[in-house]
Design a protein around this ligand. Sequence first.
Ligand code: UD1
Length: 430
Amino acid sequence: MEQYIIKGGNPLVGEVEIGGAKNAALAILSAAIMTDETVLIDNLPDVNDINVLLEAISGIGASVQRVDRHTVRINGSGVGSMSIEYEYIKKIRASYYLLGALLGKYHKAEVALPGGCNIGSRPIDQHLKGFRALGADVEIEHGKIVAEAEKLRGTHLYFDVVSVGATINVMMAAAMAEGTTILENVAKEPHVVDVANFLNSMGANIKGAGTDVIKIRGVEKLHKSEYSIIPDQIEAGTFMFAAAATKGDVTVLNVIPKHLEATIAKLQEIGCEVEEFDDAVRVVAKRRLKSTHVKTLPYPGYPTDMQPQIGVTLALAQGTSIITESIFENRFKYLDELARMGANVKIEGNSATIQGVEKLSGARVSAPDLRAGAALCIAGLATDGITIVDDIVYIQRGYERFEEKLRSLGAVIERVSSEKEIQKFKLKVG
Ligand code: UD1
């Protein structure tokens, strides 16, 4: 098992290049099998989640050719199996996007039912409601979702909750249904728009992505495409909070500043200077930051995936902050770890009260999930002592070369896998 070991105390300074959006890529790779022609996808992040999904895609017969670290060529003409096994779903929930993709193209899909995960119970009833509204029979049998339709028909559907996954999954299936589908109360996240743009680049007819209503005129066939994935707003935001928490000066490059508005607004509110450029954002923190209140909401609200990063930053800010988590019920586990580093936190239901302290102290902590793991690294970078973060496999699921990028900004962080390496690091940093 690998760990990160961190010697904190250095303000992060410099420029860092942001990769392609993992969450957009997961859906786009799945949608790529909806044509028999070859699709070239660029700006793919080289992270574990993506590599597992590519294995799942080649496992059902598609050809997957890695052109380079960030580019892949996919040809779905050889897809012979409509069944995605639990081994993939267990590793990466988002392989359920193959449900919408296979159902849309082949009118049949069998995908193992994802369970809950570390951040909450995560039902998928809205996905299934959408598939049924398109005319599919959907059953849960032996731990699998089995969806089948003689023909998918356009429909008018109102989602009961705003769900990124359900919006994308149903949009994919509807792209190849007969007639027009209108989806209301949809998610407006940048990656919903990116998936719609990708499908349109393959010949789909989708309008309104990024608003509350998406209109899809089904087409019979999709065709080849070359597509570049949008930058990852969560990776960008993570480095922006790393700059804030360490009182640093970091410019994130290759981003779409518009996608970062909620994050930028909070950084300014707590006392950071933020400068926006065409495709970059600079965050400067010169003095101790101030407390604030945050509530996570669907886009364009403050993202739940950025909640732990602001949480660790507020643990060191002056005053009392309140965080309300309104998307997932179990997303405060990192605060228990942070308390072990000296943070003053109180959790009640979906709300956490954080009384800022002047200093945290290094400790051995565990990454409870992907974003929380990255946030605990930020906490480690913002303390003077040594922090060891266990279970970094979560972080590797979604951040490419995380420690290298941090090191390029002046962080002292290494990936280790034994007590001997930990001792060696401690001796080296004194
Ligand atoms: C996606 C992101 C995840 C992010 C989340 C919210 C991907 C691969 N993952 O997850 O990183 O944290 O959006 O921005 O893109 N819900 C239902 N029924 C459903 C579906 C969802 O009740 O059928 C609820 C969920 O429990 C949650 C809320 O809706 O409370 C939002 O979830 P959703 O937007 O679907 O999240 P994901 O797509 O799973």
